[in-house]
Every structure is written in structure tokens, then in C-alpha cells.
Design a protein around this ligand. Sequence first.
Ligand SMILES: *Cc1c(COP(=O)(O)O)cnc(C)c1O
Length: 441
Amino acid sequence: MATRADAADLLALDRRHVWHPYAALPPADPPYLVDSASGVRLRLADGRDLIDGMSSWWAAVHGYRHPVLDAAVTDQLGRMAHVMFGGLTHEPAVRLARTLVEITPPGLEHVFLCDSGSVSVEVAVKMCLQYHLGRGRPGKRRLATWRGGYHGDTFHPMSVCDPEGGMHHLWRGVLPAQVFVPAPPGGVDTPPDERYLAALVAGIARDADEIAAVIVEPVVQGAGGMRFHHPAYLRALREVTTAHDILLIFDEIATGFGRTGAFFAAEHAGVTPDVLCVGKALTGGYLSLAAALCTPGVAAGIGAGGVLAHGPTFMGNPLACAVANASIGLLRASVVGDGPADDPPSWAVAVRRIEHGLRVGLAPLAGQAGVRDVRVLGAIGVVQLDRPVDLRAATAAAVDAGVWLRPFRDLIYTMPPYVADDDDVARITRAMAAAVAAGTS
Ligand SMILES: *Cc1c(COP(=O)(O)O)cnc(C)c1O
């Protein structure tokens, strides 16, 4: 563990040299120094333990230092940490691809493994553009999406992020101009709005000759505003895209692996997209890995024009694939009772339990002064304020309550590791209440 002097040195060096996400140099608020992590807890260098209410940005679904995941990495390290994927292949990647095909919506058969979520979105976009090129439709080169989305920080993904949240004003003339339709009405249970549905379909159809693909986050828009919508809008997108020879990309980088209460959010709608992106929780938060999956139809279109022109250096990294296989194995393992053989998988039991804990714990905040909305879906709990959060005060209040939260804009939210028990979840919701009080005063 870092001594107090080490800690002070490290923080001073951090301040001098290190960029942090979406931060100025030096950052407005100094980061907290983490020494180690185990289970749901982060151990700070000053000795404090914090429950991680963020799962390290949706990723660490099994918490930290999980023995099965640690063993998967160590075993793979004993064989090889990495080999190039051009001309070579290996068991961890092949097994992972097979598993991803098995667990994602039916029809997605081909898997491109890459390093991060943003890159998987780049690959998904490239797949769609090459598909239309291969089929002799070079005019289809724009993307369409609804507002309020987030798809990553590299340039093509940024071009389909919400124009305001994604700060498009910085990038006028740099980002490709994509087609935006209004954000879907909020509420996963709110009956679909017929007027919105008609406008959505018309908005896509109008520019169909130029649109290669529609890209959206199904059911939950994450970093774009933590908004939930009815699955009927996804079914409408499936219909209008199919009718107009437009491909449909679902970005499930945040929603995948059970977070919304379905293993993939596409299942809420019963829709298979043409291309699906996964990332974040893919490796249980251990290593950076993502994937873009596509249908045989997409692959055939690309193939008509040549090869898929992408190949990252660390494609299919064996360590990352091995831990992904182990993580998915844990999620799918049944909770063993003395009951029937079709016991539910562990992820479903955990997410249902956490959803209940979040609903109970956050209910008292609804209607409170300064709170605009409280919403829960699966293992996601959101408190939306009526003003921007005082980030420093809200974070400090949560830390004082023993919980790590990272609010943004007007949102104080949590997506706990699935291994969080009822007491942990109750502690998280109490810390959110403390953060709301501090963040609105
Ligand atoms: C986080 C995220 C990304 C970007 O993934 P990175 O691994 O950070 O590049 C893309 N889409 C969605 C929906 C995300 O939540």
C-alpha cells in the first residue's frame, strides 16, 4: 500500500502529467488514489473503502479480484499473453466468437474482435459502408440516429452522439453531418407515442437514399443522458430500415450482459439488428475488449466488394478473450438451488434483486425538492435533478457515505456490480440521497 508520502507524490505527478477523462490539465478536482479493489469495494490509498456504485463505468459486473476471472487471466498468461491475429488464431478468441454468436440475438453469425467500444462502433460503421459499396450503392454513406445517444469518443462515433452533449459545435466542418431525428419519448413502460413513431419513420425514410445505417442504443441511452424508452420504437426502426435497404446497428456496449434485465436489450424488442456492438462488461471489467457482430447478409455484401478493411494490432488479444469467456461463463451459470434443472442464470437473479433494492431505496427521492425524475431499469438506478449537479459536492457526499459515484450533468446514477448484496445496494441508494442533498444545495 502506498505510504502517505508516496500518495502525495503520486497525486502531484498525476496532476502534472496525466490526462483524465473529460478533464482539464490540471484537472479541476484531484482524483482519488486507489490502492486496490476487491469484491464490490475500492480501497483508497488513505485506507478508506468505497463500494463501487459505477462498476468502473458499466464494466466490472463481477466486482474486483474475482477468483474465477483472476484464474482465467493467470492460466492464459501461462500460455501466451498475445499473438498477432493476422494469419494466426487461438482457442480463447474462437471460443469467445462462438459464445457471442450463441448469446446474442439470432442471426448474428460473424464476430470482429477489437480493442474498445469506440473502435467497435467504427468497425460497425465501416461494415455498413462497405456493405453498400459492395452492392453498388456508394450514395448510401450517411448514418442516422435519434438525439440523446452516445457511441464513443473517436470521430465517427462522435458524429452520432447527441449534438449538444457530444459538443458538435467544436467540430463543425470536421464531423460528417449525420441525420438526426428527435430523441425517443422517455419511459420504458410509457405506451408508445403514435405521433413520434410516425415522425421517426418519416425522418428516416426521407433521406433513405443517402442513409447507410441507423445506429441506436436499444432501450437505454447511457452516457447521453441515462434515458429509457419503449421497445416499440426499436421495432419501428427495424421495419423502416428493412423497407429502405438501410442497415440497423444496435450499440449494446453499455446495455449488454444483463444490465437492463434482459441479457441483451434487443431482446426487450424481439429485434435482431444487422450489426451489434458489445464492449464494457464483455471482460467483466478486466481488460479492454469489444466486438462488432454482423449477419451473413452483411458479410456477403462486404465480400462482394472485397475484404473488411480493418485489423487492429491487438485484435483478439488472448488474455482479454480468456477473461471474457470466464466472465460470460459466470453470468450464464445457473444459481444452484435444490430445484429443477432450469434454474435461472446467475445474472438474472442478481439483476432482479438489485432492481428491487434500487426501486425501494430510491423511491423516497421521487418528488423531493430538486429532483425531476427517479427511474430504475434492471441494475440501473437514476436520479435526475432539476439543475446541473454540483459534481464536487455530490461526489464528496457519496464518498463520505462510503460509496463511489460519478455524477454528470443533472444525473446522479448507479449501475452496481452484480455481486453487490442487499446491504451494499441499500448503502448505494443512501449515498445517492446524500449526493442529491449535497448536489442541489
Ligand atoms: C462506453 C460506450 C461506448 C464507447 O466505448 P469505449 O470503450 O469507451 O470506447 C460506445 N457506446 C456506448 C453505448 C457506450 O456506453
